[in-house]
Design a protein around this ligand. Sequence first.
Ligand code: FAD
Length: 431
Amino acid sequence: MGEISIEIKDNRYMHELVSPGDRFMIGLVRDFIEREIMPIRREMEASTRGDFELVREIQRKIVGLGFQGAFLPMEYGGWNLTSALTYSLVVEEFGRGEPACCAAPAGGAWAFRPACIAGNRAVLEDFAPRFLSGEPYVACFAMTEPSGGCNIENLDMRGKGIHTRAVLDGDEWVISGAKVWPTNSGVSDVYCVVCNTDPSLGDEGIALIYVPVPIEGFSFGRFEDKAGFRSSREGDFYFDNVRVPREYRAGGPGLDAELLHDNLIFARLFSASWAVGIAQGAFDEALAFTSERKVAGKPIRQHTLAANVLADMAIGIQVGRDSYINAAYMFDHPETYGKRTSKHMLSRSTIAKVFCCDMAVKVTNQAMDLMGHYGCAGAWHAEKYWRDNKIIQLWEGGAQLGRMDVARGYYHYDQFHPNRLYERMRAMRES
Ligand SMILES: Cc1cc2nc3c(=O)[nH]c(=O)nc-3n(C[C@H](O)[C@H](O)[C@H](O)COP(=O)(O)OP(=O)(O)OC[C@H]3O[C@@H](n4cnc5c(N)ncnc54)[C@H](O)[C@@H]3O)c2cc1C
């Protein structure tokens, strides 16, 4: 049985889809990760149980790469880097290195997409300079609430699951409510808060409102201690009549619901690529380990059984990568593939997310299997990849809502009106 060729590393991407600019960016980030992150991954994770300082140092260096304000429109000093594909490709690289450490520097792009797409001048004029200052400036997209994240992400709920209220009082929004689990909780300078102006309005009541902190009425609860993704910060925070200017609403009635859906689809794409990066890291580690470690007189990877496992891992990773690249390319080209928030696009992005997370759960598990007791040892990274990936599988609607959103691309699936036929029959009888 021959060896698995590591050549696949050099032919990961179709050049027709991944531009020279994207490949340059991948090279830059990969080089940074090899130099700055790979040698200290364990110390970074240990630092998250202490003063977090090592993680912050790496985050400052990522800001130094110059990407922090890249998502901003050119007229505000950014590079107009809005491509889901570029963002996802870069995130894949961080997945292979240390998945969570890029969450703080990259948070601005996700949290400020709504304002950028809506072209909200007040928000961009007030906040763009801070992202371009060269100093870390962190943003958070705050959606999930104590009563559940899926109730907000589920399109059928039409905002009914959002209990954080925003009421207009003169020229200000007054916000009250609670959020749990948003990434960059406690370390952010500004929060994009998913609110409801009036639950009876359905999608029209959904409002995305920017809240800079510190601000009166805003407070924190506890921070989470999680299995993986330890270099990012998640926690609870509360709004008690917090007041911000009315211009800080991203778009307006109806548009904000579209912007929320657009952001959810965007996040499923980069979540898929994060999982692919993690699986690639686990594969690289297992490949290196099985070339050195011998059983029955030869390196493990020379045994047919092990080669089969490595081949299955490589198949999953490459199919996963192809699926997120295709879906992100489609998302970036609505002129060809239709509206970015269509049910079809939601389904395509979620296929990538669900598949890549399931695949990475399996691949990280297989990497641990191939490495014997080293698979669970802290001195190696297979177990860390396994813990980090599980987290991605759980967020953004998790595995079940994900599958419901996949189904929506294939037939009309309206969870709260399952018995339309019965309703029609009753209406006919009554008429
Ligand atoms: C590390 C981490 C980072 C996060 N970052 C952010 C962030 O930046 N911003 C933010 O707002 N949130 C964030 N979250 C929260 C995350 O998005 C939610 O955890 C996720 O959406 C699921 O919500 P929930 O945990 O409340 O689960 P629930 O909504 O209570 O759902 C529980 C389970 O039920 C399943 N389910 C849902 N609907 C149905 C249905 N109709 N039928 C059957 N099963 C169903 C789900 O798939 C899930 O498995 C983060 C979470 C984690 C773990």
